[in-house]
Design a protein around this ligand. Sequence first.
Ligand code: SF4
Length: 367
Amino acid sequence: MKNDNIDKIKVGASRKIEFDEKLRESRNLYKQGGSSDYDISRYELIDHEFKDGGRKRVYKNLNFSVFVDDYCNADCKFCVAQLRYHHKNELYKKGHITDPDKYLARLDEVLKIVRPLDPSVSLTGGEPTLSPLLTEVLKLVDKYGFRKRTITTNGSGLLRVQDNDIILNNLIRYKWDHLNISRVSPDDSINRAIMRFSEGSEYCDMAMLREILEICSRSSLKHRLSCLLLKECVHDVAGIKNYADILSEAGADNFIFRELMDYDRLAVNTEKTEYCRQNKIKLYDIWHQFRDHPEFVPYLNLLGYYYYVEIYKYRNMTIASETADMNIQNLEKAAHPDIVYEMIFHTSGHLTGSWVEKEEILDRYEP
Ligand code: SF4
């Protein structure tokens, strides 16, 4: 299929740095029934034949997410991994390759399949630092030399020893670029209460976080603290400043504040979907309040296929903020069924274009 490169939007390192408030307003109108500014045909797409997915056009700057495991020692009231299933009226129940050797062999096979598409790679879960296979996964990804490697974690297992060193050092050794640590509050007791870590499990308290950030500062591994905005926790400009100010004293200088994702209101009603409904904070309101806070200097905004991001500079820190809407994701995918926007490797061994493992199977695991 023809892939015309004229007027393509630049992404990644060659993205144009600009901040245009019109983009925010039009995304907001789209959510209320207007038309979308996002046009996938303005991005570079690569033709690719998948074993089970057939002929597809793949978004050139796509991300490949790897589920290392789906076990987590927390039970966040808002768990995004679970919400992605609830949104589709599915219960969060995934298949597993239970034999570690078979899991690694299948991951190796899938890495070979996706490598020609040059995706960035993200490790996710569950809590990936608790998987006994994590360091082997790091080695495998490094073997194929993928660009931009990110891990998202609640931080609890980063100082665990695996393969004769702490996991954090293994991330550095195997050339991981970005470390995203999820934390809803700088206050340990509030953070523990909302993320609901299981009794007796490891927990990344402020002292441990300080140590992690100190190690990162001596390496090429860039940190980012990720905070979900919640009515019962960080919910306004003052809260954002307080979060960034306190954590900057622990060595952090890069943050992302996320709005709870919009999901299908007809989705299966669980404790988590109800919690999200009650705790939703709209970034749109906060962005307008930033106007009265000149210490937040607009830097860049960008529109993704179902998310919208604004980045600010605050003191010597970078503050990103993101909204995502799973209903928009559904609409975008339905309009372009031949396009792969992202790829996911599930614990079942399937390679899919969806966060729900039985949807959009590109390469089915056949043991
Ligand atoms: S830490 Fe992440 S995977 Fe674990 S419960 Fe919280 S949101 Fe879910």
